[in-house]
Write a protein that binds this ligand. Structure first.
Ligand SMILES: Cc1cc2nc3c(=O)[nH]c(=O)nc-3n(C[C@H](O)[C@H](O)[C@H](O)COP(=O)(O)OP(=O)(O)OC[C@H]3O[C@@H](n4cnc5c(N)ncnc54)[C@H](O)[C@@H]3O)c2cc1C
Length: 461
């Protein structure tokens, strides 16, 4: 795994011979490839950015990379929050953004065959014309690619009912580290021949193979109107209890969000919404399907039973826009580190309380939103300057450790990338870390696929 790479100049000329104008070395392309949306920028520019237009282009890149031992960083929309798509010196950044063709949508089979660079929203707009939709809905759906969603196992607001990206992936075309093309998974709804390699590739963050095409499941568009509820709670533990009780009673909203007091204050300030009373934690639930209104009424009854004041909202979209304004509202105050832990639903209150005590311990505010219906919390840290300050990382460390101690995870949907690799062993334990590293080596014996991301052998104690 430690062979020396060939000279960057020699690699560049081989790539240019094979792929011509798809190989970019202009300053703008190189600068963009040095960062994603994690707030991290690599110190040095990569050798080049290659804009693949076909699986065969990807094969050509991987063959050259394999022969020359050159690292390859795969990149979709570059919207990642973990530093996974960042290219640095001596690396080839392989962009799939130009592989943006929707190849086929089968209404009969309810799937779409797409190139990996198709933007999530573009797939949805095309599917909707045929009465279908692609359920993964990250807030970045306007810029993130289906390949990137698969590589990070992205979630979104609708995960509460429809699950994460894994649930929607049937089959993948993958270019392996040595340039071999494999088709993994099944076109069929079911299929258990051999190991679930699609499951392994989903969430692999560019470390096991390059996903060039995907066959993803679609669902029929539901014609019924949705119903949206909101409630406010002074006490964060009461807000969490309302979530837990709703789920315990078997009620299933399609969207179930919690916005804590600091976060709702920042958002209402930013949107100049004087109508939103400050000092409260907010709950938002949306129900869908034929029984949407009566389900919403049952949820409202549960919340009222706990003493919450509930509103049935006619302006559902407005409320969701309020939730989606979280990041811009914080970004006006400084740079933002968006964290991403998940805990079992039964531990949601304890995790939210722990965040309040970590705020006091470190003398900072940690405005937090949660995809409460699936126990996924985004504690946010606002900071000034280029790099995340050490005290912020210490507070984040306390949050990660608490989430793990509660039976949760370091990352619900954003991935490990560069930012969280040092904590990976804390969650997996040494034996599982080693097993995963062996799997990585089996797929990528020369360690050329996104080396240093997710796994950092240096940090293995
Ligand atoms: C404002 C904002 C809101 C967001 N909201 C959400 C949200 O609600 N839910 C959520 O889960 N995430 C969210 N994200 C994070 C991000 O958008 C997702 O992780 C998204 O899935 C990344 O897709 P991308 O195409 O931009 O991938 P990139 O950022 O380009 O890459 C992400 C990782 O995937 C790998 N990768 C990309 N494409 C491929 C491929 N074809 N084959 C193999 N590996 C590949 C990269 O190497 C990298 O490790 C948000 C980000 C922003 C900036």
């Amino acid at each position: 795994m430690t062979s020396r790479p060939e000279e960057p100049g020699a690699v560049l000329s081989q790539l240019t011979d094979a792929l011509g104008s798809a190989v970019l070395i202009d300053p703008k392309s190189l600068a963009e490839a040095r960062s994603d949306r994690s707030g991290k920028t690599s110190e040095f520019a990569p050798i080049c950015v290659v804009e693949a237009k076909s699986t065969q282009d990807v094969v050509a890149v991987m063959k050259i990379a394999n022969q020359t031992h050159t690292p390859v960083v795969v990149r979709g929309g570059g919207s990642g929050l973990a530093g996974g798509a960042i290219g640095s010196s001596g690396e080839i950044v392989l962009s799939l953004a130009k592989m943006n063709q929707i190849l086929e949508i089968s209404v009969e089979n309810r799937w779409a065959q797409v190139q990996a660079g198709v933007i999530n929203q573009d797939l949805n707009l095309a599917a909707q014309k045929l009465g279908l939709w692609f359920t993964p809905d990250p807030a970045s759906r306007v810029w993130s690619t289906v390949g990137g969603n698969i590589a990070t196992n992205a979630g979104g607001l609708l995960c509460a009912k429809y699950g994460v990206t894994r649930e929607a992936v049937r089959q993948l075309t993958v270019v392996m580290a040595d340039g071999e093309v494999m088709s993994l998974g099944h076109e069929t709804v079911k299929g258990v021949t051999g190991f679930d390699l699609v499951g392994l590739l989903v969430g692999s963050e560019g470390t096991l193979g390059v996903i060039t095409e995907a066959k993803v499941s679609l669902k029929p568009v539901d014609p019924h109107p949705v119903t949206t509820l909101s409630a406010k709670a002074k006490d964060i533990v009461l807000a969490a209890k309302a979530v837990q009780e709703t789920i315990r009673q078997g009620l299933q909203p399609s969207i179930f969000e919690l916005i804590d007091e600091p976060c709702s204050r920042y958002i209402s300030e930013h949107l100049n919404m004087t109508s939103v009373e400050s000092g409260f934690n907010m709950l938002i639930a949306q129900t869908d399907g034929a029984g949407s209104a009566s389900l919403a009424e049952q949820i409202a009854d549960v919340w009222r039973g706990l003493g919450l004041e509930v509103q049935v909202e006619e302006r559902g979209e407005e409320l969701l826009s309020f939730r989606r304004a979280m990041l811009p509202s914080l970004e006006v105050k400084g740079k933002v580190l968006i964290e991403d832990v998940a805990v079992p639903i039964s531990k949601l209150g304890e995790m939210l309380q722990a965040i309040r005590s970590i705020e006091s311990q470190f003398g900072i505010e940690i405005p937090t939103v949660a995809h409460a219906g699936d126990g996924n919390l985004h504690p946010n840290f606002i900071y000034q300057g280029e790099e995340v300050p050490q005290h912020i990382w210490s507070a984040a460390d306390a949050i990660f450790r608490k989430a793990i101690a509660l039976g949760g995870t370091l990352t619900g949907e954003h991935g490990v990338g560069l930012l969280k690799r040092q904590w990976l062993v804390d969650e997996l334990g040494q034996a599982q870390w080693k097993l995963q590293w062996e799997i990585k080596k089996l797929f990528d014996p020369k360690n050329i696929l996104n080396p240093g991301k997710v796994f950092d052998p240096e940090n293995f104690k």
